[in-house]
Design a binder for this molecule. Sequence first.
Ligand code: DC
Length: 222
Amino acid sequence: MPNSGPYTIAIDGPSGTGKSSTAKELAKRLHIDYLDTGAMYRCLSLKAKDTGIQPGDAERLAPLAATLEFLFPEPGTVILNGVDVSKAIRTPEVSGRVSVDCAIPAVREVLVDRQRAYGLGRSCVLDGRDIGTVVFPHARFKFYVDCDPRVRAKRRVAELAAMGHKADYDEVLSNLLERDHLDSTRAVGPLRRAADAIVIDTSDISFEQQVERILSVVRAGI
Ligand code: DC
């Protein structure tokens, strides 16, 4: 018999696989909440950059993480300490340091706690790297979204162009591979597939197909 009550959908995978867009769409269609956990780490890096904290400075970053006030009024909008930073957290400067900042164990401890608090008692979809393994290891639905790095790099160049940033494909690809490496080799909360996660490879399928595959699993289980 399908389960009732609040449920969690955990979506993990490397950057640029389309998991955030997929998660947003799922939240809309299922009428549940959405938390972009990567946005939290990006907010920390943005604030650190603006206050002159060096990338990876554990002593200053962990206390800073505890002071951040987040609001997510709607999917795609991030309010940090009362300011809309939705665009500012996606710049190359922030992307360039976030993998280093987010690898600090004390930083992860603070932000994972806040992600758990957000997801408690409500149906929601969260996307990140460690949602199905660390944040919500008992999530009712777990997906691992993967994609060929070359396809991801192409998509990223297009995304940056849409935001007015001109980017070189080779540079984007090498940054992406470096981030994958940092994200999957860190000591705490590394990117990896939970043993019970369903793998969705998005290299050759459309956005609509990605959404439909996940939706069909979730609808059958709720
Ligand atoms: O998904 P994204 O590119 O916005 O994530 C930004 C960074 O945060 C990226 O380096 C991976 C990291 N991250 C993480 O370590 N754990 C999460 N749950 C989400 C993101």
